[in-house]
Design a binder for this molecule. Structure first.
Ligand code: PRX
Length: 633
């Protein structure tokens, strides 16, 4: 049986099979991989624990399925095409053979530096092939990687290192991003002042800028691999051994470490990559995400490489040196599948059509969207101007926790409906529930999105705190995984994702917990209390709006606002910096002291119609003040 779905009727047939007998369905796919030892059972599960075991007691190494046992690519095929930030710099082409050698060599280098199976390794690197090599080398030796987006601050990095007691950091001297040169190693040095578990830091030389190397701790990447052989025996991993941890924001507290395991994630990213994008053997596939996010893990590195694809990695940003950069790259490499985020589409749409001039974009067969709801205007612009009206657009809904794409059209197979993620992939059983958890069956319904049955790529735990995993995802609606998203099933049975229903905001496709931003704001010495909400933003999808009560101590509002923005940037990183800060004398609260965020959301979105009854508030007078302060009245 081929893994490839090739028509709509084939999709429906396989979907039915996957629901009728999920174990048989996934077992057939699993059998095409190389296992050092087969499984005892395909699936053991309960969502109460939750306890999820796919392919119990099976042994494998994921990288063997990319290299030694690769079924799709010959060794000379290009695995990674790399385009640098600066178009004048040389690009790189890395074949499967070379990637195998470099992975083995770096795996050996990490072993020499003292990493053992099960150790946690932080990857805080720019978008260079070495970031992918680092991930694969970890998988090779059974170390658990945790990639941290290189835009996060020293505090955020230290928090993640401490949460997983990491042993090693892989980083670079600096990072080119557009016209900027970012001092990456400096951030690591600062973070390590607040950690105790790191014994080695391996530093990849990217920008050549001066850095401090601490003797005994810091090693240059080129020194670490010098003279190291590439032959490496892959570690034998249990199917449920951790492959990686990726930190993501939720509605409460600090970011949590979403934990993914080896076999299920391998199968799921491979299967979804092949089917959603309909990748064919000579295609060039490009996902514009950063490896610091789950999209980069699943659809730049693991999914494409397991499918023997040529995956393009781009170091830079869409607008450098100009707003035509994406289109230049597509034409340069004759990209066939192009996968990006709505925020990038809207930003490029705002640049007008001129940057598209002189580009053919003829090579593109499939365009994709991920990370946030795509508004209809952006969908049509993307479909018309980039897909030239002839390319299927796959609006892929999924999450860090799901490991891979869950609801999406299959390119060229599922009829396209603007702004609809459409239909679940085989094996995925979505359920729409109301606030009480009652299932809303049939079409034309709207509610909260849950999943009722396990899939191989799903989260297994939140690292070091299983209760938190249970409480966040499996307790709201017992017996189901709760996604945190709202959804609508239309009259055709197609699903449309409506966005988060919890206190998570989605800024340019990045997840931000309002509590996390508030905690950062409260670190500002003049801030007494704060509340953060999302509001509609033309480019970012959602912007961050902060209300803060301050003891000004003589500072002007402008100085307080600037200070608050800087504090958030320093504590979390530039991506969390509030777009708007309003200094207020009070926050609307219920009599039990709870902040009425609904009111703040209305003010932030400058829509004060239907404010509802505010007379029951503890302090109704602040509402008018806040409205005035926002410049609405
Ligand atoms: O709200 C959904 C939104 O992004 C959230 C997941 O964020 P993260 O874990 O960072 O993963 C992003 C990349 C997979 C979801 O809960 N989201 C993601 N894709 C879509 C989406 N919302 C609407 N449509 C999508 N295609």
């Amino acid at each position: 049986m081929s893994d490839r779905i090739d028509s709509l009727s084939d999709y429906f047939k396989r979907y039915e099979e996957s629901i009728a007998d999920p174990e048989q369905f996934w077992e057939k796919i699993a059998k095409q991989f190389h296992w050092q030892k087969p499984w005892d059972t395909v699936l053991d599960w309960d969502f109460e624990g939750p306890n999820i075991t796919w392919f119990k007691n099976a042994k494998l190494n994921l990288t063997e399925n990319i290299f030694e046992k690769q079924r799709f690519a010959d060794e000379n095929k290009i695995a990674i095409l790399w385009e640098p930030n600066d178009p004048q710099e040389d690009s790189r082409k890395i074949s499967y053979k070379e990637l195998f050698e470099r992975t083995g060599q770096f795996a050996n280098a990490m072993l020499e530096q003292g990493v053992e199976k099960g150790d946690r390794v932080i990857i805080y690197m720019p978008m260079v092939p070495e970031a992918a090599i680092a991930m694969l080398a970890c998988a090779r030796i059974g170390a658990v990687h945790s990639v941290v987006f290189a835009g996060f601050s020293a505090t955020a990095l230290a928090d993640r290192i401490n949460d997983c007691s990491a042993k090693m950091v892989l980083t670079s001297d600096g990072n080119f991003r557009g016209a900027k040169k970012i001092p990456v190693k400096e951030v690591v040095d600062e973070a390590l002042k607040h950690t105790t578990t790191i014994s080695k830091v391996i530093v990849y030389q990217r920008t050549g800028q001066a850095v401090t190397m601490e003797a005994g701790r810091d090693v240059w990447w080129h020194d670490a691999i010098a003279g190291v052989p590439s032959e490496n025996t892959p570690e034998s991993m249990d199917a449920e051994d951790l492959l990686f941890i990726l930190y993501t924001s939720g509605s409460t507290g600090k970011p949590k470490g979403v934990a993914h395991t080896t076999a299920g994630y391998m199968l799921y990213t491979y299967y979804t990559f092949r089917n959603v994008f309909q990748y064919e053997s000579d295609d060039v596939y490009w996902c514009t995400a950063d490896v610091g996010w789950i999209t980069g893990h699943s659809y730049i590195v693991y999914g494409p490489l397991l499918a023997g694809a040529t995956t393009l990695m781009f170091e830079g940003v869409p607008t450098y040196p100009d707003a035509g950069r994406f289109w230049d790259i597509i034409d340069k490499y004759k990209v066939n599948q192009f996968y990006t985020a709505p925020t990038a589409i809207r930003a490029l749409q705002a640049c007008g059509l001129e940057p598209l001039e002189g580009h053919s974009l003829d090579s593109i067969k499939v365009i994709g969207s991920v990370g946030e709801p795509i508004n209809e205007e952006a969908w049509h612009w993307y479909h018309h101007h980039i897909g030239k009206g002839r390319c299927p657009l796959v609006d892929t809904w999924w999450q860090t926790e799901t490991g891979g794409i869950m609801i999406s059209p299959l390119a060229g197979i599922t009829p396209n409906k603007p702004a609809h993620a459409s239909l679940p992939l085989p094996g995925i059983q979505p359920v729409i529930v109301d606030a009480e958890g009652v299932e809303l069956k049939g079409n034309n319904v709207e509610g909260n999105l849950c999943i009722r049955f396990p899939w191989p790529g799903m989260i297994r735990t939140t690292y070091g705190d299983h209760e938190r995993c249970k409480n966040t995802y499996f307790s709201t609606y017992p017996g189901m995984y709760f996604t945190g998203d709202g959804v609508k099933r239309d009259h055709d049975g197609y699903l449309r994702i409506l966005g988060r229903v919890d206190d998570v905001i989605n800024v340019s496709g990045h997840r931000m917990g309002t509590a996390e931003v508030e905690n950062a704001i409260n670190e500002h010495p003049n801030v007494i209390e704060s509340a953060v909400v999302g509001y509609p933003h033309d480019i970012k999808g959602q912007g961050i709006y902060a209300f803060a009560i301050c003891d000004s101590k003589g500072l002007t509002d402008a100085a307080l606002i600037a200070g608050i923005k800087d504090t958030v940037r320093d504590i979390i990183g530039p991506i969390a910096k509030p777009d708007q800060v309003q200094i207020v004398s009070g926050l609307p609260k219920t009599r039990s002291g709870k902040i009425m965020r609904r009111i703040l959301r209305k003010v932030a979105s400058k829509d004060i119609s239907n404010m509802g009854d505010t007379s029951t508030l503890l302090n109704p007078e602040v509402v008018d003040e806040i409205i005035k302060g926002a410049g609405i009245q």
